[in-house]
Design a protein around this ligand. Structure first.
Ligand code: ACO
Length: 374
């Protein structure tokens, strides 16, 4: 049987850092509340587009794998923040890295997009459709963040990482996964103002407001990820004692603690980035994986559990068997263009550029109830 080994990894984090103190300059919030409820101290704000971050991460992952972009058969771009609706973002990355023979797919399951993309690439490799894939988890949330809403504005950040997945005879890569969607709870997280349903309703792109039922998402996320983790371990015939490392979605430290503890794994086996990067949606798992490798926390042959959830509410848990190599084969000097602005400058630019939907439409996005029938 053909397996799909992860042979390269690379992250691309934008440098501008938004602290809790920065947020409290324009929101009624404070460091104590944010740290105690979420575990977050700072997050990054990108000065470039999502596909620019994805391009750098993909180049770094390819250098790490020692693979030429011309030999890539597939790019899967996991994200809910596309630069444009048409053409897709994966094609932009394909052009930028010179992967001339690749198929290029965008995949959006919100925060689980990277892991669903990993499943897609793995399945296509196992079935012989492709041999070499680049899987990206990227998010540029700051342009569509509801910056006046403290319930959500403190939680999210921008970032990106990518992995290379290649056909292998060895039993490596994704051993199994549990995928699902709690669609009855899809109303708990909605970004109003983005998408064709809003066309001709007096709304322009950028007029975003978020529906966000944090406590309900919290409960459903914990239950969903615990169930998915137990299910994938049973499917693969392993127990919590066999897990060497957990690389979870990083939405909230308390969610991670609840999921990992109830899955039977001790917290010292968990890779955490939530304090430094916040919730980067699709980017959290691959960035945490890349940093775990950089820090030497992934040992040859390690068994890694990756539980995640996202809007939808999509939920999943993956079990990955790492290969022998835990160091890069090569590096690249590819990097983002220099940034001269502070994170607060970037955010304040977005805030002042946003059109206020309430003023424009006279009723406000929250009153556009047509969307709830969808
Ligand atoms: N600063 C200060 N106070 C705040 C803030 C803030 N930034 N945000 C909310 N509050 C206040 C609320 O107004 C409310 O006040 P009230 O009680 O006077 O009405 C109170 O804090 C709410 O507190 P709790 O409900 O106790 O907060 P909780 O402990 O549930 O934490 C949180 C809230 C952090 C949002 C939590 O519920 C959570 O993390 N939920 C999961 C959310 C998540 O991860 N979503 C990601 C979705 S995935 C995707 O695909 C994008």
């Amino acid at each position: 049987m053909t397996h799909a080994a992860i042979t390269g990894w690379g992250k691309c984090m934008p440098p501008a850092t938004l602290t809790n103190a920065d947020l409290s300059t324009f929101l009624d919030t404070n460091d104590e509340w944010i740290v105690s409820r979420t575990g977050m101290k700072e997050r990054r704000v990108s000065h470039v587009t999502a596909s620019e971050m994805a391009t750098i991460a993909a180049k770094r992952a390819l250098a790490c794998a020692g693979l030429d972009a011309k030999d890539v058969d597939l790019i899967v771009y996991g994200s809910c923040s596309n630069d444009e609706q048409v053409p897709n973002s994966a094609s932009g990355v394909q052009a930028a890295i010179g992967a001339t023979k690749a198929a290029s797919i965008d995949l959006n399951t919100a925060c689980t997009s990277f892991l669903y993309s990993l499943s897609t690439a793995t399945a296509m490799i196992r079935t012989g459709v492709v041999k070499n894939a680049v899987v990206i988890g990227v998010e540029w949330i700051s342009p569509f963040m509801d910056w006046e809403n403290r319930n959500v504005a403190v939680l999210f950040g921008d970032g990106c990482a990518a992995v290379v997945v290649q056909a292998s005879d060895k039993q490596e890569g994704v051993l199994g996964e549990q995928l699902g969607c709690l669609a009855d709870a899809r109303q708990t997280l909605r970004v109003r103002g983005m998408g064709t349903a809003y066309v001709n309703r007096g709304i322009t792109m950028g007029d975003t407001e978020w529906d966000f039922d944090g406590p309900e998402i919290f409960k459903r996320a914990v239950t969903g990820m615990v169930q998915a983790s137990h299910a994938v371990m049973a499917k693969c015939g392993v127990t919590a004692d066999d897990i060497d490392l957990v690389v979870p979605h990083q939405a909230n430290l308390r969610i991670i603690e609840a999921v990992v503890t109830r899955s039977g794994v001790p917290m010292d086996k968990v890779m955490l980035t939530v304090e430094r990067y916040g919730n980067m949606s699709a980017a959290t798992v691959p960035v945490a994986l890349a940093e775990a490798l950089e820090e030497g926390r992934v040992k040859p042959g390690a068994l890694i559990l990756m539980p995640a959830f996202g809007a939808g509410l999509t939920v999943c848990a993956h079990l990955v068997r790492w290969g022998d190599r835990v160091t890069p084969l090569g590096t690249t000097d590819a990097d983002l263009p220099a940034n001269k602005k502070t994170a607060l400058d970037i955010i304040n630019g977005i805030r002042s550029g946003k059109t206020n939907a309430k003023e424009r439409s006279g009723e406000g996005l929250r009153n556009l109830r047509f969307i709830e029938a969808l």
